[in-house]
Ligand binder design. Sequence first.
Ligand code: APR
Length: 303
Amino acid sequence: MFPLLIGVAIHDRLRVSFQLSLSLTTMLICRTSPLPRLRKGAIKVKRKMEIAIQKLNQSGRVLVLTGAGISAESGVPTFRGGGGTSVWRGMPFEQLSSKQMVDSNLPLVWEWFDYRRSVVSECQPNAAHQALATFEWNNRFEDFKLVTQNVDGLHAAAGSTGVVELHGSIWRARCLKCEARRDMRTVPAGERPPLCLKCGNVMRPDVVLFGENLPSDAFEDAGLHAKDCDVCIVVGTSALVQPAAFLPEFARAAGAFVIEVNPEETVFSGKCDLSLRGRAGEILPQILRSTHKNKFHVNSAVP
Ligand code: APR
């Protein structure tokens, strides 16, 4: 199982848990190698962008992992960043977004998620979400997989399909008993907690909270793409929350070129091949404009 945790202590467990063909020995050799593939500090911004574009133009298989930062320019607050963590009614979000809180105070959890949905419902996908949707729609790569930690639904709103939502969605409720789902857009505001239409039991937000496991099919799908990709782009995540933050490390250990897009340095910056410092809404459209179009297939309609 893959529990949602802050920090890196889970790595050893994950190495064992992955039923993928990359051998443990290979991963350990790659992960402890002292030789970065590029001397990051020495490369100027323009040159970094050229390298990223060149790598993407040479690549068939691309994995993108996004975090809260990609939605920041849409107006969705991030959880961390700028040295702070988000707080609601005086409570740190890690406390609110936890399994313990569902068990002890489900009405409060619903209030917090109602608040989050009210914020997100005012937001539109931004240029970064749109660039990623366009990458997919005009078949720029042989295989393009978008994996997100976000629960806001903005990738789908931008037109991306088949997005792996590692942490679920704030737009769904899940029955505590039979696990049936309901679309929160159809649940009246006064029905809290929502009731299951199948068995009548109470429901909770269909998101992965701290102390809970990620859906194993979603994480395994993401892991398989991480193992096979040529380039992995990591956008707008502090890379502090496991197991999602392990995916780019796994991709790199399997030989992928890993690019980070983030205005701030993160714990992952020293482990990737290239850090593009800047906002996702500026950098991703720039990459989109500069990579070859329709490298693999005939164009379909751009969303
Ligand atoms: N473009 C790109 N990155 C940005 C931008 C932007 N415009 N603005 C902020 N960022 C970066 C910040 O520098 C920070 O590194 O986005 C990152 C946001 O980090 P977090 O708030 O920690 O979000 P994330 O990494 O997605 O959190 C992971 O933690 O609380 C849990 O389940 C929740 O999915 C979430 C997980």
